[in-house]
Design a protein around this ligand. Structure first.
Ligand SMILES: *Cc1c(COP(=O)(O)O)cnc(C)c1O
Length: 241
């Protein structure tokens, strides 16, 4: 992660000098790309089997534009309102841009979410599954859905408990008619992530799901080792929030 740390230094230096160095994010992106390529090589996986989601939450257009200019086209946001304020103009100027919602979604915002996002990683309860089942046909566009698993069973964290995952996935399919593409997890901050990635992959496998959204700035290489198809990387690209 040496190159990434360098970009943090650049960013901090630029901020203290009151000047904007738009290159910092681009350096961060290149370092992350390099580490993804290395992790894929070590796991004997194709680079194309991993999608990098650049998590731009809290960062404004000035930080996002250089990353778009560098060719990155998949971005993650954790709040509907923030994404709605920030992204339509950026998407209009950059065709092919894909937006992923990675944060919790309130059922009453399902309609707005499916109008704006190409993927939702936080499906975690029947009320939301129901809201999505109503909103999706009206949106008339494909939205890829991930069910979030609370692998650490943390009370403050969103997600379905591991032991409830199979039943919830069945309900999504049979009761709400939703196609679920894969699973997402956020391991507890104070634990080794590998067992959480392994558990998520195991639940996906036994439910016939091919996509795994797992791995953030600190652990995306490990996640790739455990089969991540989508890594959600924020601070290693954009700097500290
Ligand atoms: C913020 C966030 C990320 C990115 O975290 P970093 O540590 O900055 O890479 C990934 N996933 C979710 C769900 C997030 O909220």
């Amino acid at each position: 992660m040496r190159a990434v740390n360098q970009s943090f230094t650049m960013r901090a230096g630029a901020a203290s000098a009151g000047t904007k160095v738009s290159g910092a994010e681009v350096h961060g992106l290149a370092a992350v790309e390099q580490e993804i390529a290395q992790a894929c090589k070590e796991a004997r996986r194709e680079r194309g089997s991993v999608t990098l989601i650049a998590v731009s939450k809290t960062f404004d257009a000035d930080s996002i534009l250089p990353v778009l200019a560098a060719g990155q086209r998949v971005f993650g946001e954790n709040r509907v309102q923030e994404a709605k304020a920030k992204w339509p103009a950026l998407v209009a100027g950059h065709p092919g841009t894909e937006l992923h919602l990675i944060g919790p979604l309130q059922s009453n915002k399902a309609k707005e979410a499916v109008a704006l996002f190409d993927a939702i990683h936080s499906v975690d309860r029947e009320s939301l599954a129901e809201a999505l089942s109503k909103a999706l046909p009206l949106a008339g566009r494909a939205v890829e859905l991930f069910v979030q698993i609370n692998t650490g069973e943390e009370p403050q964290k969103a997600g379905v408990a591991p032991q409830d995952a199979d039943a919830f996935l069945t309900a999504c399919r049979e009761r709400w008619g939703l196609t679920i593409a894969g699973l997402m997890c956020i391991p507890p901050v104070d634990e080794a992530p590998a067992p959480h990635f392994a558990l998520t992959a195991k639940i996906a496998r036994r439910n016939g799901l091919s996509k795994l959204s797992m791995g953030m700035s600190a652990d995306f290489a490990t996640a790739i080792e455990f089969g991540a198809t989508h890594v959600r990387v924020g601070s290693a690209i954009f700097g500290h929030r």
